[in-house]
Design a protein around this ligand. Structure first.
Ligand code: ATP
Ligand code: MG
Length: 369
């Protein structure tokens, strides 16, 4: 897919801007704090209806303004699709083909993106919540129904936690039937999410392992493990088996949950583990190994999305080219040149492969213009 153009109104430090893009490479060049990342963020938000760097949508609206808007024209093999996302203090509205979509799950996934930014190192180094966010966002853009299930899960989880909190304070049996009902509801959704996540990890592994081997010149092998808080998920495990696993596990922790006044198991407590040559990269990996792992995951996603949705996503590279050594940079650019529309930010072009710049459109960014 190709993003032909974008129009911003009151987005971050952009008052208004209309930009027509090159179908292959676009370079945003400029000093620090001028609006380069903001531009990539706008593309990301247009696709995902969420920012990669904040969960507070109000931060995206230009200071002292009431609303912000991003419009884009996306060319897909099925035709051109106008997309529109309006941010206001009351929330956000999304439109596809000028028609408002009531559910985000009907919007996300029309435009696919893969972003690689310096913060992505946290995917390997950081806390489990970052890795869960990665899984949720990525599955969401290839299987919109996942977004719907996830928000249902969070709703039930919230209610169940409130009930458990209440039960831990006032110990009486009156709430038992209610807890049983909520546990059933939670298990149905938890099993569904775990099933989809596990399937996603299987796909991710399939693409990331060879990419990682190639970037590390065959010297290292990657393994990705899904760590469920409740069920030992095995390859190709059926949904019903995962559900049984949850039922058993929740039975075991029931008393502890009432003591603690909170839900102790479920996808909101799961994690991913990355091993390089059999050792946990988070704990034992060097900076370079962690970076290679994060890059492999991102590159894997590009092929994964192409395979699942039939078209290559847009690739957004925020300030990362200069951080990669020549070998990794060449690998990145060679693999996707001409197939994937790419958007790159940088403060100077010295560290960038000149073959890439030859086919690029360059945009000079200064003070949100
Ligand atoms: P760097 O090279 O340092 O990464 P950059 O060009 O990527 O710089 P951006 O992250 O795009 O910079 O941010 C540019 C400016 O946007 C910052 O100075 C920031 O203060 C400003 N900014 C951020 N949010 C808003 C907002 N809601 N309204 C107005 N300005 C904002
Ligand atoms: Mg930046």
């Amino acid at each position: 897919m190709i993003l032909e153009s974008i129009k911003l109104s009151h987005f971050r430090n952009y008052e208004s801007a209309t930009i027509t893009f090159n179908p292959s490479v676009n370079v945003f060049l400029g000093e620090n704090a001028q609006g380069k990342t903001n531009l990539l963020e706008a593309i990301y938000v247009l696709a995902m209806a969420n920012s990669h760097r904040t969960s507070n949508d109000k931060e995206l609206i230009k200071w002292d303004e009431d609303y912000g808007k991003i419009e884009g024209r996306l060319k897909k093999s099925s035709g051109t699709v106008p997309l529109e996302l309006i941010l206001s203090k009351k929330g956000k509205k999304v439109k596809v083909n000028h028609l408002e979509q009531r559910k985000l799950s009907q919007y996300v996934g029309v435009c696919n993106v893969v972003m690689f930014a310096p913060e992505d190192l946290n995917l390997v180094k950081g806390s489990p919540s970052g890795r869960r966010r990665f899984i949720n966002m990525e599955i969401g853009q290839i299987q919109p129904v996942y977004i719907h299930d996830l928000s249902q899960y969070q709703k039930v989880l919230h209610q169940r936690n409130a009930l458990l909190k209440d039960m831990s304070r006032n110990r009486n049996k009156a709430s038992d039937p209610m807890l049983a009902i909520m546990t059933e509801q939670l298990i149905d959704l938890a099993a569904e999410l775990t099933f989809r996540r596990f399937h996603f990890i299987t796909l991710l592994r399939k693409w990331a392992i060879p990419v990682h081997a190639s970037i590390s010149r065959g010297l290292e092998d990657l393994e990705i493990i899904y760590k469920s808080s409740a069920v030992d998920v095995l390859e190709d495990m059926e949904l019903s088996k995962i559900k049984e696993g949850y039922e058993e596990a929740f039975g075991r922790v029931r008393e502890r949950e009432i003591d603690r006044g909170m839900t102790l198991l479920g996808p909101h407590r799961d994690d991913l583990q990355f091993l390089v040559n059999g050792r946990d990269v988070q704990t034992f990996g060097s900076q370079g190994q962690q970076r290679t792992t994060a890059l492999s995951l991102k590159l894997a996603e590009i092929e994964l999305i192409k395979n699942e949705v039939g078209e290559y996503p847009l690739l957004l590279l925020d300030d990362v080219l200069s951080e990669l050594d020549d070998f990794r940079q060449t690998h990145l650019l060679k693999t996707f040149k001409e197939k994937v529309q790419t958007f790159v930010t940088t403060t100077n072009t010295d560290g960038i492969d000149h073959n890439m710049l030859k086919h690029a459109a360059s945009f000079f960014v200064a003070s949100g213009k």
